[in-house]
Design a protein around this ligand. Sequence first.
Ligand SMILES: [Cu+2]
Length: 336
Amino acid sequence: MPNRFLLEKTLLWNRRQLLKLGLAGIGVAGAGLAVQELTRERRSQALVKVPALPSNAPAVSASFNPMTIVRDFDRGTVKNENGRKIREFRLIAGTTPVQLNSAVSLVTWNFNGRVPGPTLRATAGDRIRVIFLNNGGHAHSIHFHGIHSAESDGIKPVSQGAATIYEFDAQPYGVHLYHCHIAPVTRHISKGLFGMFIVDPPQSRPPADEMVLVMGGYDLNEDNQNELYAFNGLPNYYMHHPIPIYQNQLVRLYLLNMIEFNAAATFHIHANFFRVYRTGMSLTPNEETDVITMGTAERHILEFAYPFPGKYMFHPHQDAIAEAGCMGHFEVLAPA
Ligand SMILES: [Cu+2]
């Protein structure tokens, strides 16, 4: 994760808060496990050809670059405590001004300096520990989708400057999400406090070029309507900076709709069809189509491969949403 150093520094600075949470002494015994995890991941990645990212794709900051967000998965720190595998994540709520287009700058509320927040990733059955520090200036929280106890449900406000821990088992496998749950939730979400949470099945899915797209909307004047929309935080970003993929390479797209104020958003890819794994909860596809409708917080895995090189659009087929920023391209390249 690009901003790990920054996070460590911030959390070290807040060691007193960690001590209060009883966490300061935890986490020395997991090195062997972490190496095993990395090796498994590298072995499966070695089978997949992924084009280099375009070097001219601009970033908002060191921690916020939609081109790297596409293939950036945060697997946390793996630890072993009393024989139990723990996967520990650190999330910090903060505020970041973002130039959404040449005319509009917005102070986003976000996790770890980016919209969407980090794509957290675990395997079914892992014990998840999320250390949450709120530096966001308002009360916030993190509510995870999944199956867990009421105490870990993340609806209690965490005040500015305070920290808390959410702990639960990663279940069920699928593609899920997390978001702030402080009222008005529409405002906290539409300003950027959301992210994807992937729980892999115990048996891995076949190797693929895996990527993340999160659809969001920005209500700039607080009239409960969105004036701008985006994939992965920045309106029209992938329209100007297409996502490179290889011809005939299986792409596994983790797709989440976090658009508030619109009852639903659709998603369509040009010149192709995709297989849909609804909520990512099966290893066999539920249907094959070229446009899918998703309510807020709905998410799916889509799989496809492009047989012909060239540039292909992807966007919601509600064209008003597409034309207000939710628009992108894949650049399909002949294999090198
Ligand atoms: Cu919030």
